[in-house]
Design a protein around this ligand. Sequence first.
Ligand SMILES: [Zn+2]
Length: 347
Amino acid sequence: MSRSLKSFAGTFAFHPRCKTIKLTHLCFADDLMIFCKGDLSSVRIICDCIQGFSNTSGLHANSGKLAIYLAGVDSFIKEDLRSTSQFTLGTLPFKYLGVPLSSKRFSIADCEKLADMMIKRISSWQAKHLSYAARLQLINSVLMGISSYWCQISILPKRVINIGNFICRSFLWFGVSYSHKPGNISWKEVCTPKKESLWVRWVHGVYTKGGRWEIFNAPATASWIIKKLCAGGSWHTLTTQHKIHWRHLVWNMISIPKTRFLCWLVAGHRLKTKEKLYQLGVVVDDVCPLCGLYPETHNHLFFNCPFSRSCVEAVKLCIGITLKPIARMDFQKRSIPKTKQHVFSSP
Ligand SMILES: [Zn+2]
C-alpha cells in the first residue's frame, strides 16, 4: 500500500490529521484502515491500489465488510465518494479490535461491550471450582487486563468503571458476574495497595522531601497533575498508607497464593467461623467440629484447637524443626505505622 501510494505522490492527498507523519494506513491481522483526504482523486487512487493488490495476489477484499467513513464533507461529495468507491457509507462509532472507535468521548452505551466481554469471560470459567486465589489471579490478569486495554484508548465514564469493579467484586467473592451480597472484605480494602507505589514515592522524594502535603504549595515548575492535586485538596491520595505490621507475614513469596489469601482473611477475622454463623442463627451451636470442646473462633481454629496443634506438631516433627508453640496471632485490623510489634505472642 505504501509503495503503491508513493507512486501517486503529488496526486494523493493525506488525511489532514495524518499529513505530518505521512500515515496512510493501519493494519492488524486481516483488518485494514486506510486514511486519506475526502476528495475524489485520493479515493480513486486508493480503490486502484486495492484493485491492483487483488490482481497481483489473487486476494480480494470482502465487499460486505468494506466501509467508507467521512467527516467534514458536504452530503453531495459524500454521495460522490461512496458511489466511486462502491463502499458502504459507515458511521461512527465502529468497532476495531473489539473496541468502539469514536471521535467523541465514550458514552455509557459505547462501553456496554466492555461489561459484556467481562461477563462472557466469567461465564466461560468454572468459577465454582476455583479458589479465592485463583479468582484473584483471573481478575488481575484477565478482567483488569480487558478494562486497562479500554482505559488506554479513552477516558471511561465513572459509571462504567464502577460496573467493572462490581463485576470483579462479584466474581471474587461469589464466582458470578452479578451479586449484591456483601463480600467478606470491602472492595475498597481489597484494592488497597500492598505497598506504596513507585510514583508516590517519587513525588514525595522530588516535591515534599519528607514534609507534609497539607502545607505543601506546588512550585511553578511542578507538573500539571501535582498542581491539580494541591489546588483541589486531593493531596490525601499521596499520603503514605498506614503500614500493617503483619503484611510481610501474609503477603510474602514463600507461601502459596491460596494460603496467602486465606491468611489475609484470617488476619481480618473475616472467615465464616461457626462462632459467627451461630451469632447469625445459621447453625445451632458454635462448637469446633475438630475437637468438640471450644467455640470455633479464628484463634481457636488456627492456634488453640488441640487438633490444629497436633497437626502442627506432626508437621514440625516431620520436617525437623523446633519452634515455640504459637498461642494466638496478634493480628489487628488497622495497625500502627512503623512499630516493631511481635506478630506472635503467648497468651
Ligand atoms: Zn477445636
